[in-house]
Ligand binder design. Structure first.
Ligand code: ADP
Ligand code: GLC
Length: 477
């Protein structure tokens, strides 16, 4: 299909160039998914130190000597099949460490660093760049939150804006005294516009100015308007309810496919799954459990409910289960997990670190994937679990509730169950969920049914890409 329509995605992460979480997966997957429905999506990213090597293969297309305190230059090129603009601004991005933090924690000038990214995104959308002018600017999370605000306050050139919330926990806060340095109009500093608890939040700025607001599941879109999930922004979002919608993330089915794993298997022939399990147990030093092998692949943060494991794993391993964790993050959670390994050698394995290839072996070899999140805008690992027949055990929040059907007696009888869903998010309910898992696993026929239902779910991008295309089309009409 000819690409007649143009959208600029403004983000801080994009697979395979730079990733700290699911945001990167989504930003990296959307361009191909949207191309299939007639939209050309280019991605604007900061040229972090780790990305600067790419600049030599790219063309300089824009520059500004005074981009928030230094030279900013935009380069364009095709990297890993993606059409990418890299914003090179060494005073902001040429630093050691990750996108948001260096060796000593978060960069103190993050508000400025991502205001610059948003400023350039808005400039490209407003004026076009070398003949390429997008009709829509699609901003992701707080890092791009100022982009719709700049379009609103400094001229849009006819471009429309969409802001997607991937995680409301990060809001991009800056003191009120920075308003002019952030190139925002000080007369807009009032509660109905830029003011946020006495300061400025780039996410709020985006929420009040974007033409459309989306988040990554329908359920999270509804949750965000409630005090338990909105994290202070529930009123702002509820006030714009008529432009808020939820569009589920997909997974890249070419990358996440049991048929593509070294020991392959499929819904028609599940033999390979047992071989993957055996290989994974051996790799991790686990004695093959007679109960389910539960895996967990995650950032280790409060959001993910990792702290609940200590209370439930003793009973789970006593009843024959085993646990394998791959993750990194909060040192106290890492220590608690190491404590479980020491207490249950051969039954619990913890790999601290980030390892994409190993995560594939986890999904191929695990029987179940645990996602006990306190909140989860969408969540990707439960969807990998569905693809791999690695039965998801999830809390009933956000996108988890939208993507997994609980194996209740009625759902089993109807043949639609795809996993285990528990609520509320506490150790008692998680403990019950693990008991239900162990019981289901002990009935091979029923277990196989749930695995197959899971594997037959459509978790690809096609439907969601169409939903984004319709959203954009509704805007530019
Ligand atoms: P979030 O974005 O909140 O971290 P998601 O479930 O949306 O949660 O996305 C997390 C992504 O990061 C998934 O692709 C998951 O497989 C991956 N991931 C998280 N931790 C690790 C790890 N330690 N090693 C490999 N992949 C990981
Ligand atoms: C966030 C959320 C996660 C979501 C991801 C991609 O990091 O925590 O639930 O899947 O963004 O949208």
């Amino acid at each position: 299909m000819a690409n007649e329509r143009r959208v600029l995605s403004v983000a801080s992460e994009c697979v395979p160039l730079i990733k700290t979480g699911g945001l990167a997966d989504v930003v990296g997957a959307l361009p191909a998914a949207l191309a299939a429905v007639g939209w050309e999506m280019r991605v604007l990213l900061p040229a972090y130190r780790s990305l600067r090597a790419h600049l030599t293969d790219m063309a300089e297309v824009w520059s500004d000597q005074d981009l928030f305190g230094g030279q900013g230059t935009v380069y364009f090129g095709v990297l890993h099949g993606l059409e990418v603009y890299l914003l090179d601004a060494p005073h902001l991005y040429d630093r050691p460490g990750g996108p948001y933090a260096g060796p000593d924690g978060d960069w103190a000038d993050n508000a400025m660093r991502f205001a610059a990214l948003s400023w350039v995104g808005a400039a490209i959308a407003r004026d076009g760049i070398q003949g390429w002018k997008p009709e829509v600017l699609h901003a992701h999370d707080w890092q791009a939150g100022f982009a719709p605000a700049y379009l609103t306050y400094s001229g849009s050139g006819g471009a429309c804006s969409v802001l997607t919330i991937h995680n409301i926990a990060f809001q991009g806060w800056a003191p009120a005294s920075m308003i002019e340095n952030l190139r925002l109009p000080s007369e807009q500093f009032y509660p109905g516009a830029l003011e946020y608890y006495g300061g400025i939040s780039s996410l709020k700025a985006g929420l009040v100015t974007a033409d459309r607001i989306t988040t990554v599941s329908p359920n999270y879109a509804a949750e965000l308007m409630r005090v338990e999930f909105g994290m202070g922004l529930q009123g702002v979002i509820a006030a714009r309810a008529e432009v808020v919608s939820g569009i589920l993330n997909g997974v890249d089915e070419a990358v996440w496919s049991p048929q593509e794993e070294p020991i392959s298997y499929s819904v028609q022939s599940m033999k390979g799954k047992a071989a993957n399990r055996e290989a994974l147990c051996e790799e991790l030093g686990l004695s093959a459990p007679h109960g389910p092998l539960a895996i967990l692949v995650s950032r280790l943060t409060d959001q993910k409910g990792i702290d609940l494991l200590a209370g439930v794993i003793p009973e789970f391993v006593a009843s024959g289960g085993a646990l394998a964790v791959l993750g990194s993050g909060d040192p106290s959670l890492e220590a608690a997990l190491r404590g479980l390994v020491a207490a249950y050698p051969g039954k619990v394995s913890v790999t601290i670190g980030y390892d994409e290839a190993l995560s594939h072996r986890f999904f191929a070899g695990g029987d179940a994937v645990l996602v006990p999140s306190r909140f989860e805008p969408c969540g990707l690992t439960q969807m990998y679990g569905l693809r791999y027949g690695t039965v998801p055990v999830v809390s009933a929040v956000g996108g988890l509730a939208d993507t997994v059907i609980h194996a209740s007696p009625a759902a089993m009888a109807a043949g639609v169950a795809t996993g285990i869903v528990f609520h509320p998010v506490d150790a008692i309910a998680l403990g019950q969920a693990l008991r239900a898992l162990t019981q289901l696993y002990s009935n091979p026929k029923e277990w196989a049914k749930v695995q197959k239902n899971a594997m037959r779910q459509d978790v690809g991008w096609a439907g969601s890409a169409l939903a984004y295309a319709q959203l954009y089309e509704g805007l530019v009409k």
